[in-house]
Every structure is written in C-alpha cells, then in structure tokens.
Design a binder for this molecule. Structure first.
Ligand code: FEO
Length: 169
C-alpha cells in the first residue's frame, strides 16, 4: 500500500497535470484566434497528453490501494502577446513541471517506495523529451523572425502531429 505522504503528493500532481492540460488547451484556442491551426493542433494534442499523464498517476494511486482525489486547480491565462511568447511559456512551464516531478521522486526515495520510484522514472524521461521539444519550437520560431512564409511552413509541420497514448515503457 502507498504511504499517505506519497499518495498526497501524487494527488497534487494529478491536479498539476490537469492544469497543464487546461493551459495548453487555452493556448490552442489563442493560436486558433491568430490563424495558426497547425500550432493550435499541436497544443491540442499536448492537452491530450497532459490528461493522459494525470490519468496515469490517478490510476497508479488506485492500483497501490490509495485514495485518488480530484482536486481544484487555477484557471489558465487566455491571452499571449505572440506565437513566440506561447512557445516560451510552454518551455518555461515544462521546466516547472520537471521540478515537480523531481520533488515527487525525492519523496519516493525518502519514503523508500521502490515501486513509486520505478513508476516515476517514466515521468522523469518524459520531461527530458517535453523540455527538448518545447525548446526546439522556441528556437525554430525565433529563427524565423518576421518571415510569414516560414511561419506558414512551421504551422503546417506542427499540424501533422497526432496523439499517441503513452505506454508504460
Ligand atoms: Fe505532464 Fe508536459 O508534462
């Protein structure tokens, strides 16, 4: 059975993942409003990924005979100054989430919870990918400068993304 401390921390993170989902859905809506449907699609898939991250933790708490909770979280912002600003906010947010995952791992280690340690390794790896992808988009957008043709091309590329449910590998 999971310890109360580990359970509470995971329940907090479920809410943090759902907040991330709503933040990215709000960004998707903003990007639609500035006529970037490809980037909006990319953010919508990011929304789905975050929901799946939250559900993965929710189910884990239940599997460990804990009590999963659905906690409140803040509303996300709904306006950004530019496309680059959106991408930078994603990158910054993912860095913050990496810190939260690292804190969870610290708790797993201090509780000597080996199962939680193994479970959380998936999230540790996921954060490496999340940060790297977000940083890549920031760099691509910054390189474009004011090129409308370049932005159109990137938007088309981001529009190709499809949702792949995460596996436990
Ligand atoms: Fe759930 Fe984007 O990390």
């Amino acid at each position: 059975m999971i310890s109360k401390k580990m359970q509470d921390a995971l329940n907090e993170q479920v809410a943090a993942e759902f907040y991330s989902a709503h933040l990215y859905l709000a960004m998707s809506a903003y990007l639609e409003s500035v006529d970037l449907p490809g980037f909006a699609n990319w953010m919508r898939i990011q929304y789905q990924e975050e929901i799946s991250h939250g559900m993965k933790m929710f189910d884990y708490v239940i599997e460990r005979d804990g009590r999963a909770l659905v906690k409140a979280f803040d509303a996300p912002p709904d306006e950004w100054g530019s496309t680059v600003e959106v991408a930078e906010a994603v990158y910054k947010h993912e860095q913050k989430v990496t810190g939260l995952i690292n804190n969870l791992m610290d708790i797993a280690l201090s509780e000597k919870d080996h199962a939680a340690n193994i479970f959380l390794q998936w999230f540790v790896n996921e954060q490496v990918e999340e940060e790297s992808t977000a940083k890549g988009i920031v760099q691509q957008l910054k390189m474009l400068g004011d090129s409308k043709a370049g932005l159109f091309q990137i938007d088309r590329e981001l529009g190709q993304r499809v949702f792949t449910p995460p596996t436990s590998e």
